[in-house]
Write a protein that binds this ligand. Structure first.
Ligand SMILES: *[C@@H]1O[C@H](CO)[C@@H](O)[C@H](O)[C@H]1NC(C)=O
Ligand SMILES: *[C@@H]1O[C@H](CO)[C@@H](O)[C@H](O)[C@H]1NC(C)=O
Ligand SMILES: *[C@@H]1O[C@H](CO)[C@@H](O)[C@H](O)[C@H]1NC(C)=O
Ligand SMILES: *[C@@H]1O[C@H](CO)[C@@H](O)[C@H](O)[C@H]1NC(C)=O
Ligand SMILES: *[C@@H]1O[C@H](CO)[C@@H](O)[C@H](O)[C@H]1NC(C)=O
Ligand SMILES: *[C@@H]1O[C@H](CO)[C@@H](O)[C@H](O)[C@H]1NC(C)=O
Ligand SMILES: *[C@@H]1O[C@H](CO)[C@@H](O)[C@H](O)[C@H]1NC(C)=O
Ligand SMILES: *[C@@H]1O[C@H](CO)[C@@H](O)[C@H](O)[C@H]1NC(C)=O
Ligand SMILES: *[C@@H]1O[C@H](CO)[C@@H](O)[C@H](O)[C@H]1NC(C)=O
Ligand SMILES: *[C@@H]1O[C@H](CO)[C@@H](O)[C@H](O)[C@H]1NC(C)=O
Ligand SMILES: *[C@@H]1O[C@H](CO)[C@@H](O)[C@H](O)[C@H]1NC(C)=O
Ligand SMILES: *[C@@H]1O[C@H](CO)[C@@H](O)[C@H](O)[C@H]1NC(C)=O
Length: 440
């Protein structure tokens, strides 16, 4: 049966005590006190407890035992997840302090839609819910293991029910949980983890600060005729000081998405394949809310076979004061997209301030999410040609200011490259000549 946790002191401490015992009988007190002080100085100030979770096997739910380990080892501790676990229970692991989580095994969630859709933790924004809410401070999750969201069943079901929310997001009646949310957390490092088959976004950084991800491999790929859905690599929300680096994402939605109130974020050295790009937004979705995205740097990006490269998406305005599809306010300020190498990308550079909004509504009610101080540096490569010659598409419904581009070298596979701009106040700061969108 299960031994969820066992408190183990460091081996070096144990062997020192062994040698003290052995030598006590024939050595004088001077040497004993040296040995004792050596033991004291080598011992960590608080000994770290270790909890190793055993798997039940046979298709049984390992969730309760994982939760027990996170309770017993919630501070100054190490939690080992070193085998295959099947999880059918919400992982609400909160209040952690100075905890190492060594995930060398696999955490696989059951594909039980009837159970998870109501029991996953509801996070309000875009009806997002999660399988695992990891919360607290000074947390290190690592180990080379895998988080498996069992997404295929969810994608197939969505393909047949079409039960989704605004702009194709999640709905409350068919909630597709996020496999790992770092929420209400500070000082967290997540590294050397593989994520496969997420039903929704792979990672959610929620109301958190000083969070670093590195060496993460994400694969959201469907093996049936149903597409994956909302398979974002990361979404950041109400979070500050987030770093995402040295990672590979294979998916079919945003590689990284900077949602409302994402500030001071660095994304670098990423390889994105099949994605919808490095995306600020969507913003301005909820009338009456203020969305702020400020101080974002995205650099050294390889973007292949994607819908977008460097992207900003903002809903248009709305006459409806309780709209959930546009009409919000706020700003996007100081965003730099630098060193992008694109290949087979539909829109290598795009600003859309009329995202998922009827153009007629947009011209009558321009967005009040103000976009300024945006810099595209050294974005090079080839588009897909699906937009003809268009390689840059900067379209604001209200004026966008201080948008600059340097080192742009983009070609279309067929025809001359075209650069479309609308309501861009700083066209002199772009290193290409703008044309107006056709039909305007
Ligand atoms: C949330 O889910 C409800 C019910 O399924 C849906 O009507 C609504 O559009 C969703 N909200 C958003 C913002 O997607
Ligand atoms: C996260 O923090 C907020 C604000 O303190 C709190 O209301 C909410 O309950 C917390 N969420 C969880 C899941 O702990
Ligand atoms: C951020 O978190 C890391 C890792 O936990 C920690 O080493 C560092 O001191 C934190 N930085 C700040 C400014 O708190
Ligand atoms: C993460 O992987 C890298 C590269 O394999 C390795 O150098 C590093 O020690 C690993 N980190 C942890 C905490 O295991
Ligand atoms: C996905 O939906 C399409 C029609 O919308 C259907 O042809 C296809 O069989 C569905 N795929 C699966 C795996 O259910
Ligand atoms: C974003 O931050 C601003 C300023 O603190 C605040 O007024 C606004 O409510 C926040 N918006 C969201 C979506 O949290
Ligand atoms: C813009 O953001 C970057 C970080 O992405 C920061 O280093 C820089 O100081 C910011 N510039 C301004 C003018 O705030
Ligand atoms: C953006 O960066 C500048 C320069 O470092 C800093 O003064 C400002 O407070 C930052 N903005 C936010 C929202 O953190
Ligand atoms: C431009 O970006 C490419 C990667 O796409 C990089 O190899 C090159 O060094 C960058 N050029 C400059 C001048 O920074
Ligand atoms: C350009 O080529 C792509 C594929 O290479 C094709 O899909 C597209 O229709 C072509 N566009 C034009 C305007 O010829
Ligand atoms: C937008 O910018 C253009 C050019 O700078 C200017 O002529 C126009 O008045 C501005 N419109 C608004 C609504 O600010
Ligand atoms: C933009 O157009 C001007 C005037 O037609 C021309 O002199 C200039 O070379 C063009 N610049 C680029 C980058 O094509």
């Amino acid at each position: 049966m299960l031994v969820p946790c066992d408190a183990v002191k460091g081996d070096h401490v144990k062997s020192l005590f062994a040698s003290i015992k052995l030598e006590y009988s024939f050595l004088f007190f001077g040497l004993l006190s040296v040995l004792l002080s050596a033991a004291a100085s080598k011992r960590p100030s608080t000994p770290r407890k270790t909890c190793t979770v055993k798997a039940l096997g046979g298709g049984q739910d390992d969730g309760p035992n994982i939760l027990a380990a996170f309770k017993a080892c919630s501070s100054n501790a190490i939690i080992n997840l070193d085998t295959y676990y099947l999880v059918d229970t919400l992982l609400l692991t909160t209040g952690l302090d100075n905890v190492d989580i060594n995930l060398s095994g696999t955490v696989q969630y059951t594909p039980d839609i009837a159970k998870w859709s109501p029991q996953s933790l509801f996070l309000t924004y875009q009806n997002a819910t999660t399988f695992w809410f990891l919360s607290g401070k000074n947390i290190h999750l690592y180990g080379g293991g895998t988080i498996d969201g069992n997404g295929q069943v969810w994608w197939d079901t969505l393909n047949n029910t079409h039960n989704s929310g605004t702009a194709g997001g999640s709905s409350t009646t068919f909630a597709r949980p996020i496999p790992l949310t770092v929420g209400n957390a500070t000082n967290v490092i997540i590294e050397n983890i593989t994520q496969i088959g997420s039903p929704f976004w792979n990672n959610f950084v929620y109301q958190s600060s000083n969070i670093t991800y590195r060496n993460i491999h994400i694969n959201s790929v469907s093996y049936s005729s149903s597409p994956t859905a909302n398979s974002d690599g990361w979404d950041t929300y109400r979070s500050d000081h987030v770093t995402i680096t040295d990672s590979v994402v294979n998916n079919d939605d945003d590689c990284v998405s900077f949602k409302p109130n994402s500030t001071n974020i660095l994304v670098s050295n990423m390889h994105c394949n099949g994605s919808d790009g490095m995306s600020v937004g969507s913003l301005g979705q909820y009338a009456g809310e203020t969305d702020i995205v400020e101080n974002i740097t995205v650099r050294n990006i390889i973007m292949n076979n994607a819908q977008n490269g460097a992207r900003i998406k903002v809903f248009g305005g709305s006459p409806n004061p309780s709209s959930t599809a546009g009409g919000g306010t706020g700003f996007v300020k100081n965003v730099t997209f630098e060193n992008f190498q694109v290949s087979n990308v539909e829109n290598p550079i795009i600003i859309d301030q009329c995202f998922a909004t009827d153009p007629q509504v947009c011209s009558e009610f321009p967005s009040t999410v103000i976009i300024s101080d945006i810099h595209f540096i050294n974005v090079t490569g080839t588009s897909s040609g699906t937009k003809g010659g268009i390689v840059v598409d900067l379209e604001c419904s209200a004026n966008c200011t201080d948008i600059t581009a340097t080192g742009t070298n983009l070609v279309a596979p067929n025809g001359t490259a075209e650069f479309v701009c609308k309501n861009i106040a700083s066209t002199a700061e772009l290193d290409f000549n703008c044309t107006s969108p056709s039909g305007s």
